[in-house]
Design a protein around this ligand. Structure first.
Ligand code: HEM
Length: 194
């Protein structure tokens, strides 16, 4: 199934991104506020550039099956930026060319897999941040990582079901390439903002 291939074929990029996103500090509850702001900024810029665009590229029936209207996360990121007083107008322009998938279902879903997956570790991340003394009483600034709340598992499952029934074997490579290049967008931006 394409979902399993995506997981294994993007695992290396996930690992690289995790290490650029302070996974060790997140997990030992020592993430600094400055580095958390960096994570929010990276996610904000990518969502601001890709979220709406990808949703609009989907065929209508697929967008409905995915309930795309319930998957937008830019607003949660905007709330977090406001809470942490990050001014979106002063954020830097990209110093690399952003990858945008081709207009076909497999490529679009490969890119969406990355944006959906980005909050899959969110509950774990949120739990650790709440246990981190630097973030006492800061729940109001954790909207993005808790964006689906208790629906996280079911939203992921339904995304994966639609993904698996929509991508045919001939298009697996397109889907995987698109996911890896979307991971590269995040990796390049993490490097730029470091
Ligand atoms: C923007 C950055 C990130 C992206 C795009 C991303 C993407 C993904 C994707 C696509 C998956 C799904 C893998 C699958 O097919 O099963 C996933 C799972 C996961 N990620 Fe990330 N990830 C990001 C950052 C992180 C960070 C920083 C952490 C840890 C601190 C993390 C922890 C996890 C965990 C624990 C899972 C598995 C969750 C589960 O299966 O319940 N991720 N991520």
């Amino acid at each position: 199934m394409i979902s399993e291939l995506l997981r294994t074929k993007t695992a290396e990029k996930h690992k690289e991104l995790e290490s650029m996103m302070f996974v060790n500090h997140i997990m030992d509850n020592s993430l600094s506020i400055d580095n958390y702001k960096k994570l929010l900024t990276i996610n904000y810029i990518i969502h601001q550039k890709l979220e709406n665009r990808l949703a609009n590229m989907l065929e209508n029936n697929l967008a409905q099956k995915l309930e795309m209207n319930s998957r937008f996360k830019l607003q949660a990121l905007e709330k977090d930026l406001e809470y942490w007083q990050i001014d979106s107008l002063t954020l830097p322009a990209l110093d690399f060319e952003l990858f945008i998938p081709d207009q076909n279902t497999a490529s679009i879903l490969g890119a969406l897999y990355v944006l959906e997956g980005a909050t899959l570790g969110g509950n774990v991340i949120k739990k650790h941040i709440l246990a981190n003394p630097n973030f006492k009483n800061a729940e109001g600034g954790l909207n993005y990582y808790g964006v689906y709340g208790s629906e996280l598992g079911s939203k992921w499952k339904s995304f994966i079901n639609v993904l698996n029934e929509s991508v045919v074997a001939d298009d697996y490579d397109d889907c995987i390439n698109s996911a890896n290049q979307t991971f590269d967008n995040l990796i390049k931006l993490s490097k730029q903002l470091n």
